[in-house]
Design a protein around this ligand. Sequence first.
Ligand SMILES: Cc1cc2nc3c(=O)[nH]c(=O)nc-3n(C[C@H](O)[C@H](O)[C@H](O)COP(=O)(O)O)c2cc1C
Length: 221
Amino acid sequence: MDVYEAVTSRRAVRAFTDRPVPQQVLERVLSAASWAPSGSNLQPWHAFVVTGEPLAQLKKRCAERLATGDSWDEPEYEMYPATLASPYRERRAEFGRQRYGALGIARDDLEARQRAAADNWAAFGAPTALFCYLDRGMGRPQWSDAGMFLQTVMLLLRAEGLHSCPQMAWAKFHRTVAEVLSPPAELMLFCGMSIGYADPAAGDDRIGRAPLGETVSFIGG
Ligand SMILES: Cc1cc2nc3c(=O)[nH]c(=O)nc-3n(C[C@H](O)[C@H](O)[C@H](O)COP(=O)(O)O)c2cc1C
């Protein structure tokens, strides 16, 4: 698979089979992904790869919290600006329309939306999840480094025939994640990522992108 194919075939998969991901594949992907760039080579990401019983425990604990209507953990970072200006507001609305429309959920059916969102904390059925932490003291450039690392992981997963879904949703239950992972206190959870083989029954629809002219300006040349 060439890089273009890896990039264009990567999509946020939200339904996985329970086929296990071999440990040596995960090790190959994570060791290649360590070549991701970072400012001054800080490599500020801390990845925890969770499978088997600990992941089952995590899914169970989250399901219990959801069932009792437990509120989210206090946020450690803002996932989005409080107000989204145009064109981001429209892009977000379009994402919601496509994501929930594909599931046949009406715009105002908040309960059904919440039920669908709950699949996040079951890792969408994936047998493996990765959790990306950063030192609390790190700034915006280091968060960007973590993004580069995560995208590198996702592209390498494609080369192995695997799919993924990056998920900030896990940060809403960061305390429960920490109970299972026991990360050092100085780390904070950025996001999780479900990893596995895509369930072919779930289809392969994907959301589009803004036209190039909206996001890229060519100057000169
Ligand atoms: C940092 C980050 C966090 C995300 N968090 C979630 C999430 O919590 N749940 C989810 O279903 N998708 C999540 N996504 C996936 C995005 O919705 C998805 O990447 C976007 O809509 C573009 O679709 P595509 O990845 O299929 O091309 C996240 C993506 C990123 C990069």
